[in-house]
Design a binder for this molecule. Structure first.
Ligand code: ZN
Ligand code: ZN
Length: 273
């Protein structure tokens, strides 16, 4: 499998020169399976550039992709209205979320963001074909991959994903606050022996005490749980909007001392698993 990072910033976009090294777009990653199926995780502002890239790649051929949401906080959905492949009737998309027990709620969350007076195009008017799937917690098959989905501790809920194909594993665990038993156990299950563990690392350990209940973790917690889960490689993700490139570099330096095989997720970065 192949992972590409299109948005790595947490909470809000940060288009300013101090952040351009790692990037200012909010959460969005693309996974290409070994059979070139397209799996997209989160629709933050990074999904806009992904849309342009997919259009260039496909030309006149239809795009068929699976879009999974960790949750519906704005930084994970706000790029969706600007994902241009939605405006082409040849394209087909399946949207997934878990835990609401109602596929209409998946649709409603996205449609609500595009409703009057927030956006001029009603979601029901989009010309692409699409379906909405409410996943039940557990393992399912999509596009020749096995995917495990489990809830994580975050205000208003969030889910993490474990994507498995041909003996390789990618884990996507963003927007999670540590220290709650059931959620910590779920992170371990999602991350266990993973080849590539993409994890919320919003804060420094020093910042964490002032952000209890905000739903995120520190880079140190990310490394500790990655070591416990025996993952092979860690990507620190969902960078705090107040962390400039120089701050992310410091975080990466400190994290490398605890665990050498760590990177800080950066827009445009591609990793083969
Ligand atoms: Zn977020
Ligand atoms: Zn969130």
């Amino acid at each position: 499998m192949r992972v590409r990072f299109w948005g790595v910033r947490g909470s809000t976009p940060t288009p300013q020169k101090e952040n351009m090294g790692y990037g200012g777009n909010t959460s969005c990653i693309e996974i290409r399976t070994d059979t070139n199926q397209i799996l997209i995780f989160d629709g933050g502002t990074g999904i806009r550039n992904l849309g342009n890239d997919l259009q260039q790649e496909h030309g006149d051929k239809p795009i068929n992709a699976h879009i999974f949401f960790s949750h519906f906080h704005l930084d994970h959905i706000q790029g969706v209205p600007f994902f241009r492949p939605l405006y082409n009737p040849r394209n087909h998309f399946t949207f997934y979320f878990a835990g609401r027990r109602d596929a209409n709620l998946v649709m409603d969350a996205l449609a609500g963001m595009m409703a009057n007076p927030y956006f001029p195009v009603d979601m029901s008017k989009l010309p692409c074909s699409r379906e909405y799937v409410d996943l039940v917690e557990g393992t399912f098959t999509v596009a020749d991959t096995r995917i495990l989905v489990l809830p994580l501790n975050h205000p208003q809920g969030c889910v993490g994903y474990r994507i498995m194909q041909n003996g390789k594993v990618i884990s996507y665990c963003t927007d999670v606050e540590h220290g709650v038993g059931w959620s910590d156990r779920n992170i371990l299950m999602l991350a266990k022996d993973s080849d590539f563990f993409i994890v919320d690392a919003q804060y420094t350990p020093e910042e964490l005490p002032d952000h209890i209940g905000w739903g995120h973790g520190s880079w140190q917690q990310a490394i500790e749980i990655g070591i416990e889960a025996k993952v092979k490689r860690i990507a620190l993700y969902h960078h705090d909007p107040y962390h400039e490139d120089s701050d992310v570099e410091k975080i990466l330096d400190a994290a490398s001392k605890l665990y050498p095989n760590v990177i800080a997720a950066r827009e445009g970065l591609e990793v083969s698993v």
